[in-house]
Design a protein around this ligand. Structure first.
Ligand code: ZN
Length: 229
């Protein structure tokens, strides 16, 4: 193990592609799949087909670990996903005793590759290096500060009401300052939900699903800054 290569999958909900491969390229395509909510999945051990031909001897398929992060190639990155991306890279470099310079983007070690899109890898490595020096804490059972998700909030008749609606509305005001937290999921809430989803890069459907619920709390504006960098 001499390197780590960061990718985007160019699809959505596509762990099966990473595991099984696609026409013309058998799986597994990488060892890790990183979901948009920041959850890390170990897909495979051993040789995976994520970078060939490599322009770096330390990042060939047989010398490196691949991380495929769920992103269709245009979506903004949720902060929670980028954070997991960096944390995983930091853990791998510590585990295999590698310098942070061995963490690279696919676009840096194969000509013509765009991934991971919008991520400035120099900035990314600085952030990974910072995490490498942090003391590793035991995993927490729940993400800090995220209330429990109980039901999907959506515009129906009669309107969905409750404390959970009020809780979500209060958090959504970070994205839509004018939203009134009246505990009632009406048209204004649906519109606000769509605004949140557009901002965090979730599918825009006006329904507060588990994913939207989570991203409303954990999305960091850092994702936007990184894109511009
Ligand atoms: Zn790639």
């Amino acid at each position: 193990m001499r390197g780590v290569v960061c990718h985007h999958t160019a699809g959505r909900d596509d762990m099966h592609v990473i595991r099984d491969g696609r026409p013309g390229l058998d799986g597994p395509l990488s060892q890790f799949w990183l979901r948009r909510d920041g959850t890390i999945f170990v897909v495979a051990a051993g040789l995976c087909w994520h970078n060939a031909p490599s322009t770096s001897a330390n990042h060939t398929n047989s010398a490196s670990i691949g991380i495929e992060a769920e992103n269709d190639g245009r979506q903004p990155w949720p902060g929670v996903q980028l954070h997991s991306f960096r944390k995983l890279c930091a853990e791998l470099t510590k585990e295999f005793d590698l310098p942070v310079s061995r963490v690279v983007g696919h676009k840096e070690v194969q000509r013509g590759k765009p991934d991971p899109h919008g991520v400035n890898m120099d900035t990314f490595r600085v952030q990974v290096a910072r995490l490498m020096t942090e003391v590793t804490e035991p995993p927490k059972p729940t993400l800090g500060g995220v209330p429990e998700f109980r039901r999907t909030l959506r515009l129906v008749s009669p309107l969905i009401e409750g404390q959970d609606v009020r809780t979500w509305q209060t958090a959504a005001r970070r994205f839509v300052p004018g939203l009134v937290a009246d505990g009632c999921y009406g048209p204004a809430s649906k519109k606000a939900c769509e605004q949140v989803q557009r901002t965090v890069g979730a599918p825009v459907n006006g329904k507060v699903s588990a994913e939207t619920w989570l991203l409303t709390w954990v999305w960091e504006s850092g994702a936007k800054k990184e894109k511009k960098a």
